[in-house]
Design a protein around this ligand. Structure first.
Ligand SMILES: Cc1ncc(COP(=O)(O)O)c(C=O)c1O
Length: 228
């Protein structure tokens, strides 16, 4: 499928799997939070894992699921999780993957400012080691990785605001050799111009108020991630 066809059609359910009570061509916005079971048997089947239900909004939502599946297709991700903001996605990723008291995050001196501030000011308070390297200083990155305790490398590519790029493939090779994960904020490339997971990154983050939405008019945000 061509990329633009994928952007339109990927993930769309067309009346199947979760949006079955509609024949709407455009994905309907489901705003309800709690999903009901039609019988006790249905509820038991859900609890026993024999039936799918969104159950409650915190666990998922049919409209968001379409968006998640579409982004997975575009990013070639195993799975995608939509969150309430880009910063929410970044914070959730870091808290999920970097253990307090033992983790070590390497990030770049040039990187989205709020992410950099969270890493510098908040992670360090949780006993997480934080190291900054210059964006394309691979020798220093290698030396830091040689310490053997790096959990995760984080940066955006292209960077906000100077649009500088790193060699994601090389960074991923260096990091994986030492057992470190690589998370790339790909917001400023969009899912069309760059696919970090296909060149070695483990997790991709997007702020969906930018290019991914096309015209700066959405108030929901996404995180696309894959654990390989
Ligand atoms: C590159 C980049 N990543 C993440 C964010 C944070 O996203 P949000 O504003 O959706 O929290 C921004 C916001 O400007 C950004 O430019």
């Amino acid at each position: 499928m061509l990329l633009f066809q994928m952007a339109v059609h990927a993930g769309e359910k067309m009346g199947k799997n979760g949006l079955k009570d509609t024949d709407s061509i455009a994905t309907p916005i489901v705003s309800g939070t709690t999903h009901w079971s039609k019988s006790s048997g249905d509820l038991i089947a859900f609890k026993e894992g024999r039936r799918h239900s969104f159950e409650y909004g915190r666990y998922g939502n049919p409209t968001m699921k379409v968006l998640e599946d579409k982004i997975s297709a575009l990013e070639r991700a195993e799975s995608t999780l939509v969150t309430s903001s880009g910063m929410n996605a970044i914070v959730a990723t870091l808290l999920a993957l970097v253990p307090p008291g033992a983790g070590h995050v390497v990030t770049t001196t040039e990187c989205y400012s709020e992410a950099r501030a969270f890493i510098r000011d908040k992670l360090s308070k949780m006993g997480i080691k934080v190291t900054f390297v210059e964006l394309n200083d691979m020798e220093t990155l290698k030396a830091v990785l040689d310490q053997g305790d790096v959990t995760l490398f984080y940066t955006d590519c292209p960077t906000n605001p100077h649009l500088k790029c790193i060699d994601i493939k090389l960074v991923a090779e260096l990091c994986h050799r030492k057992g470190a994960l690589v998370c790339i904020d790909s917001t400023l490339a969009s899912t069309i111009n760059q696919k970090p997971l296909t060149i070695g990154a483990d997790i991709v983050v997007h702020s969906a108020t930018k290019y991914i939405a096309g015209h700066h008019d959405v108030s929901s945000y996404t995180r696309s991630h894959v654990f390989s």
